[in-house]
Design a protein around this ligand. Structure first.
Ligand SMILES: NC(=O)c1ccc[n+]([C@@H]2O[C@H](COP(=O)([O-])OP(=O)(O)OC[C@H]3O[C@@H](n4cnc5c(N)ncnc54)[C@H](OP(=O)(O)O)[C@@H]3O)[C@@H](O)[C@H]2O)c1
Length: 268
């Protein structure tokens, strides 16, 4: 059975929907007729997104302002989702830090693990029983090409995305034949906004304009991939090249090279 068609009773959930890939996923789901529950921390921004999508596509959009790095807030959202008819979960919210772990803020590193790992795991655990009972559902997990191999100076992020990548692809294998699709979105760099002149990051400067892919294109490919129960969506040439390099080149060679690039991203 395909991922559930939109219905008045069901909703698709997008975490990290206040900007970037999450906002684009919410817009693409709304364009495909799904009612939505959108979450992030900034409630005012979420309400602006919700109003825009309702006006443009006529769908119902509920806003949940939740800090997914906070166990109590996360549990409240998970408890609600477990009681709702959730057709699609896009577990997308995530953050990254750059630089040597010993120099980063320990609290922010711990919050990153809570968000990138448990923000995915807890919500999947919440919606999965209902999807299995209905024999229909779609789970899209935003991992990363960064989760394919070790990345010095990006250790917490790379490790949390290794969790997301492996969890998504493992779960998909378990759910074959149940009607529940699971797809991993594992991009390399996706341009969430065009940098102002003079404010381009190292990554912006390293990757020429024609190799960047947009959040809108990423969202379309991801949801098309979920419909087909694709194991992994890797959008764009840069992402594909990163995935091939990390998949086939020996870790002992790739790791120091990548670590040097990420050291610069950390400001060194
Ligand atoms: N863009 C890329 O190049 C790229 C590449 C590979 C993988 N990814 C992955 O794709 C996903 C989306 O990336 P993006 O670039 O679109 O991210 P982004 O633009 O930085 O947006 C992150 C989203 O997560 C929300 N968020 C951050 N901290 C949160 C928290 N503690 N609790 C709840 N929500 C929180 C943010 O909203 P609030 O600030 O309002 O909370 C925002 O909506 C992430 O998982 C990222 O790791 C992105």
């Amino acid at each position: 059975m395909p991922v559930p068609a939109p219905s008045p009773e069901s909703s698709a959930v997008v975490t990290g929907a206040s900007q970037g890939i999450g906002e684009a996923l919410a817009a693409e789901l709304a364009a495909r007729g799904h009612n939505l529950i959108i979450t992030a921390r900034r409630e005012d921004v979420l309400h602006e997104v919700a109003a825009r999508l309702t006006e443009r596509y006529g769908v119902t959009v509920e806003v949940r302002a939740v800090d997914l790095a906070d166990p109590a807030e996360r549990a409240r959202l998970a408890d609600e989702l477990a009681t709702r008819d959730i057709s699609i979960l896009c577990a997308n919210a995530g953050t990254a830090t750059f630089g040597p772990l010993s120099r980063l803020d320990p609290a922010a590193e711990k919050a990153q693990v809570q968000l990138n790992v448990l923000g995915v795991h807890d919500l999947v655990l919440a919606v999965l029983p209902g999807m299995l009972a209905r024999k229909a559902g779609g789970i899209l997990i935003s991992g990363s090409a960064a989760g394919n191999s070790p990345i010095p100076n990006n250790a917490t992020y790379a490790a949390t995305k290794a969790f997301a990548n492996t969890f998504s692809e493992s779960l998909r294998g378990e759910l074959r034949g149940t009607g529940v699709h699971v797809t991993l979105l594992a991009p390399g760099p996706v341009r969430t906004e065009i940098p102002e002149p003079g404010e381009a990051s190292l990554v912006d400067r390293l990757i020429p304009d024609f190799l960047w892919i947009s959040v809108e294109h990423t969202a379309q490919l991801s949801l098309d991939g979920l419909e087909r129960n694709k194991m992994r969506v890797v959008p764009g040439l840069t992402s594909k090249a990163m995935s091939v390099a990390s998949g086939y080149a020996p870790r002992s060679i790739v790791t120091p090279i990548v670590g040097t690039v990420y050291k610069k991203l950390g400001g060194d």
